[in-house]
Design a protein around this ligand. Sequence first.
Ligand code: ARG
Length: 459
Amino acid sequence: MAQKVWGGRFREETDRLVDRFNASIGFDRRLYAQDIEGSIAHCRMLANQGIIAEEEALEIIEALGEIKREIERGEVSFHDDYEDIHSLIEDVLIDKIGVVGEKLHTGRSRNDQVALDIRLYIRDAIHVVIDLIKKTQLALITLAEENFDLIMPGYTHLQRAQPVLLAHHLHAFHEMLKRDLKRFQESLPRVNVLPLGSAALAGTTFDLDREMVAKELGFDRLSENSMDAVSDRDFALEFLFNASVLMMHLSRLSEELIIWSSREFDFITISDAFCTGSSIMPQKKNPDVPELIRGKTGRVYGHLISLLTTMKGLPLAYNKDTQEDKEALFDATDTVEICLGVMSRLLGAISFNGERLREATQEGVLVATDLADYLTLKGISFRKAHEIVGEMVLFALEREKELSDLTLDEMKGFTRQIEQDVYEWLDPMSSPKRRNIPGGTSPEIVKKNLERARQELEA
Ligand code: ARG
């Protein structure tokens, strides 16, 4: 049985079930590197301030380095007897170097220690997630560039609406991810605040040099209220929110891929390496990968809501409830990282069915707005033009025709302003290039967007 870091005041053994219930070692072991990094910085500072001796600090720091390597080699058993990663490392340290190790926790509490560890963890996670977002953006841009000539129906209400460049459609997802990336980046200054020095809740009587620790650990600022610092998990919530929005975007993209790969749409083929089959229906090839990304979105939202709920009733300052932040954070990080990793590879495994996209663009009167714009240019008010085109659409649909199948005489029956040049406006394939406005779907604009996106990503 490991020694309790708080055993002195107790006469009875802890109930066995309570030990298990209370322990976080089963999951917070993932914080070992952050915990050791924080302890080393704290220890250096203690020596610098003359709170412990220089030789003592060196001995502790060397032992902490050793413990880290031992953990990485799998030589430290994360026994259930230990309450958490903080007490485990301290215990192993004291085992190694005796009473000197007992000095490390001077001027520190597990309350500010765990707040520090989580901040370090999230800071690392943000950098990993940012890299993965960039990779996914690059995969989207590459796919858009490779299929730049393809035109497809753009949808509203999942009804064919207007022709757009496929590259424009894909670039839309790049924009979503770009905002995600910025959100993570912009959250960094709020994560990068040093809580250490707050101790349990009130600060400490020791003359700690918090600035030195902050500098050592690469923090931008010190927390300014010790009670807030040990109980604050806003930065974790923000991470979970940013992860949730990111997952929502990945889920929307997944949804498109799922629909597009259906027989009904038949816009894409996903390579075998990214699909799975059915145990009963031999013909099946299923888009499980985007389905799972869509499905895993729910658990990340769940983690956000669970931590928000954990936090909502907490009195100041530290409460054990916040121990519940970790599994949420770890699982959200793992989920986001694997989903981004898989999505960036999946995008490289898609081929577009150009013939089918063309057919879909040519059916369904997608150029009706173009025709209304044409009539407006001929001097008819847009509202009136809309009404005239509506009638023409009905006329064409009743005859199972597209607008471009109507004769000039038939069209003139609706308004005399229509002339031969209208046919140019009725070709869906030439529709995107008329929308040559910033943000529009013309090849010129989309090409610039892709170029800028690539430059930004490669910078
Ligand atoms: N395992 C705890 C947590 O994650 C560490 C802090 C414990 N502090 C305490 N006073 N019980 O929150």
